[in-house]
Design a protein around this ligand. Structure first.
Ligand code: PMP
Length: 433
């Protein structure tokens, strides 16, 4: 089949045949066509090379076109592309065992495979409500959990919530954003908000609470130590389950742990994973304790592509490569170096108000005034467009669109850190002029 790589051809076809919302979510003013990816790099159709600072939206964990993942997936495509969970196959079963094995010891974990994060979020909500018999759910105000009805209902960012009846029974509490949260720094005032929300906006009995340990679309907001533990204690006291969304922050990305919740000393009841687990092949899962998941045994819950052998073969290869290439450790060391260099950059450019994140999940937030923290969305856009010209692919996020998000493939090398900084430096300098 002929492929038309011309910019005009792609733009015209998108404009004519993509729905409005699928056209809308693009980072740059002019289209960026991505033709090829290897490791931490991508190339456009003119063969210009970029450092993929976004891991193509966090899906690329072990690197673009990693040979082990490519081999595992393509061998499985050729042998048997699909069979559904109606028929038995060893690959998804073994992958379920391996994925369950990444969860904290001392609990029996089971896996329900989906195709995407949002589907898994929906299932997590359903599980929490089925298991507890309660309805009320807490979520953080600047959260993002996906685009389906269920996932939108627990998504706090207005731009992702459509004007339709959402699932009822969701109460939002302020996110403990240590840079610009409504209570400033600290954990206690935000925990008090949970107490107040339970007492004044719910029945007093919860189905659960859902948290991203590092908020992604909220602008890379790491949840401070003590908050998740304190929140979960309160949620459990109200009869609810604790749900962690690891869709962005999982798979070793934060460096210190394979799943970012582990750094908070908590054991959730339900963990939602997607994106990086498949290294770009559509794959998601709900990992829950057997006790919680078994309460849904009386009804069918069938995802046609859930436990697809190709996706699971890729998932198995990802886990193996993560271990063998020590990519979690790489995320910690290279991410640490990148962060230090970004903090140096902040010293030189007053427009950088904050540098934050964990491992290879980092961000810089741009402000017009460091004292008032007035967001600088136009300036962010200008710097951002410049970084593209300088060979970086990243994304803007946060409620004010003034955060540059960096979540590269976990194989980003120390040598790339110099290149990234050099390109940021040139971009900031060009805007400062
Ligand atoms: N949770 C988080 C934290 C996400 O960032 C996303 C996707 N950006 C989702 C859930 C939903 O995943 P998907 O787009 O695969 O449905």
């Amino acid at each position: 089949l002929a492929i038309d790589w011309s910019t005009q051809g792609i733009v015209d076809r998108r404009n004519r045949f993509y729905s409005a919302s699928q056209r809308k979510f693009v980072p740059y003013k002019d289209p960026l066509i991505i033709k090829r990816g290897r490791g931490q790099y991508v190339w456009d159709e003119q063969d210009r090379k970029y450092i993929d600072l976004l891991g193509m939206n966090l899906c690329i964990s072990v690197g673009h076109a990693h040979p082990r993942v490519v081999k595992a997936a393509s061998e499985q495509v050729a042998e048997l592309t699909h069979c559904t969970t109606m028929f038995y196959h060893p690959v998804p079963a073994q992958y379920a065992e391996e994925l369950a094995g990444t969860m904290p010891a001392g609990h029996e974990w089971v896996v329900h495979f989906t195709n995407s994060g949002a589907e898994a979020i929906d299932l997590a909500l359903l599980m929490a409500r089925s298991h507890t018999g309660n309805i009320d759910m807490l979520a953080l105000a600047s959260s993002y959990h996906g685009a389906t009805f269920g996932a939108q209902s627990v998504t706090g960012i207005a731009g992702f919530r459509h004007s339709v009846p959402q699932l009822g029974g969701v109460t939002f509490v302020p996110e403990p954003n240590q840079y610009r949260g409504i209570h400033g720094e600290g954990v206690e005032p935000y925990l008090k908000e949970i107490d107040r929300a339970i007492a004044t906006s719910t029945s007093g009995r919860l189905a659960g609470m859902i948290v991203e340990p590092v908020q992604g679309y909220g602008g890379i907001v790491p949840i401070p130590e003590g908050y998740i533990a304190g929140a979960f204690e309160r949620v459990r006291a109200a009869g609810g389950l604790c749900i962690i969304d690891e869709v962005q922050s999982g798979v070793g990305r934060t460096g210190e742990a394979f799943w970012s919740f582990e750094s908070h000393g908590v054991v959730p009841d339900i963990v939602v994973v997607a994106k990086g687990v498949g290294n770009g092949i559509p794959l998601g899962a709900v990992i829950a304790t057997r006790e919680v998941a078994e309460t849904m045994a009386d009804k069918f819950l069938f995802h046609t592509y859930g436990a697809n052998p190709v996706a699971c073969a890729a998932g198995r290869a990802v886990l193996k490569v993560m271990r063998e290439e020590r990519l979690q450790e790489n995320a910690r060391t290279v991410g640490g170096a990148l962060r230090t260099r970004l903090e140096d950059l902040k010293e030189r450019y007053p427009i950088i108000g904050d540098v934050r994140g964990r491992g290879l999940m980092l961000a810089i937030e741009l402000v017009r005034n460091r004292a008032t923290k007035e967001p600088a969305p136009e300036e962010t856009l200008a710097v951002f467009e410049e970084t593209r010209r300088n060979g970086l692919v990243a994304s803007r996020s946060g409620p004010y669109r003034n955060v540059i998000r960096m979540c590269p493939p976990l194989c980003l090398a120390m040598a790339d850190v110099d290149d990234v900084l050099d390109r940021f430096e040139r971009s900031f300098a060009a805007i400062a002029r």
